[in-house]
Design a protein around this ligand. Sequence first.
Ligand SMILES: [Zn+2]
Length: 93
Amino acid sequence: MPITIGDTIFSSLKFKEEQLHPAKKEKPIPKWYGETQCNMCKATKSRFWYDAKTKHGYWAFMCEGCFFWHSLGRLGTGYGQKYDGESLEKVEG
Ligand SMILES: [Zn+2]
């Protein structure tokens, strides 16, 4: 079966295109849907919010400053999550 040069170039370009832009998997970004007020200092604005375990043993929703002072300084399962202050989308943890 004869293959024209045009076809070969086209299929190799198409292959490259698929490699460069693999189909994006739809993955919903988890968001914070609760109140946006710091449990510690009652601030209602923060660059980032944290839902994290504190040094005191309980969990709290905290602003950036309170996370620094009261948390264990860790994020992830069992420690805490970090949310964007504007979009409230989870950014870490
Ligand atoms: Zn605070």
